[in-house]
Write a protein that binds this ligand. Sequence first.
Ligand SMILES: Cc1cc2nc3c(=O)[nH]c(=O)nc-3n(C[C@H](O)[C@H](O)[C@H](O)COP(=O)(O)OP(=O)(O)OC[C@H]3O[C@@H](n4cnc5c(N)ncnc54)[C@H](O)[C@@H]3O)c2cc1C
Length: 431
Amino acid sequence: MRAGSQDDADVIVVGAGPAGSSTAHWCATAGLSVLVLEKSAFPRDKICGDGLTPRAVAELARMGVDLDPADGWIRNEGLRVFAGRRSWELPWPEVTAFPGYGSAMARTKLDHRLVQHAQRSGAKLLERTKVTGPLLDERTGRTVGVTAQTADKRDVVYRAPVVVAADGVSSRFATALGITRRDDRPMGTAYRTYFRSEGTPRHEDAWMESHLELWSGRPGKSDLLPGYGWIFALGDGTVNVGLGSVSSTPAKQSAVGHDYRDLLVRWTRNTPQEWGFTPENQLGPVRGAALPMGFNRSPMYRDGTILVGDAAGMISPFNGEGIAYALQAGRVAADAIAQARTRTSDAAREAVLGGYAERMRADLGGYYTLGRAFVRLIEHPAIMRFGTRYALPVPVVMQFVVKLLSDCYEPRGGDWVDRLISTLTRVVPTA
Ligand SMILES: Cc1cc2nc3c(=O)[nH]c(=O)nc-3n(C[C@H](O)[C@H](O)[C@H](O)COP(=O)(O)OP(=O)(O)OC[C@H]3O[C@@H](n4cnc5c(N)ncnc54)[C@H](O)[C@@H]3O)c2cc1C
């Protein structure tokens, strides 16, 4: 596991999104030499809602990222939820495990800051370097590096005893190793755009706003979609506005057949005039992407390759949040890699690296199992309608929902809502 004389680094990280930068930061902090290969150049865009729950903020704080509001880290107090004609403001839970605030930052900035943070910790970044596939040991079949193409189209090889696939939802790297997407896990689709917001009531909104009643509005139909629309103030004079929906399997999601782009355009055009969601204020096109959920790619470790973030389908089926889990996966993966180096036999090293997957499953598997059940329920418009109209307004349900959907509950102890959620996550299977 220790880099040999032929190796370029102790660890190669493919992709510099939140998962890759977190892996790189934590590996470098543990004293490993880290090579991060990123196909684009920073600052680069990533289609996202840009929302950061307290869980994500906690991971950023753990990494030592300076979260000073003066430095562009807007703080939000919780969720403003709209259902039908009613709305509620639900503060982030007061728990010891997480801060009482969330944040939001455009991914062009966030990802740039995170990769710079990893560089300051000691990781080496090569931009405009596209990984084209794994490099396998001919005898053992184990991953021993990557093949890549440089900005000037040269084919190169980089070697390391461990490679971390942090290359996002499509994860060509994992696919090339035969680690393909599972067809029994939820899949989401979401679209977003930006609006200039200075001088509008949306500017610096202290609440992350969700609109739970998303009607498809297809001619002759008025079905309620299992998803939500969002408006997240970014504190830099812009807001991120988007919508997404989820299905219990990728096949169902592809069969949905909604024109989400059109739905988003129609939704924004029908918002109050003073919000300023006009074509003149729109910054950039409406863009969308898939959200792989509930560990939709496995195994998360095999023969020298670790999958983190969207590459392993780590987005929460409850709310479409993926950044917090990508950051967490990087931290846990780095710990496994650093610990594996201390083992003296190949078998012991493999067991420690495989322990990464066990730790991720132990921590999130039960929660994601509940999330899959949640998606199967809200796929039925009647249940979605009942939930938003009649169940949500009940204060105790609301308290439960905000903790469950944001994954911000006290993992040990806490009030009865915390205890109920942590018991539920423990009694269901983690597969
Ligand atoms: C519309 C939408 C809204 C969302 N809203 C939110 C939200 O509000 N909050 C939230 O927490 N999550 C949200 N998510 C989910 C979130 O965007 C992802 O979970 C998160 O980006 C995962 O991070 P990652 O590092 O695993 O992957 P990515 O962020 O996709 O990073 C992968 C990186 O790998 C690079 N790469 C890919 N292939 C190669 C290659 N061959 N060689 C080298 N580099 C490569 C890419 O260029 C990229 O930099 C949303 C997703 C969508 C689609």
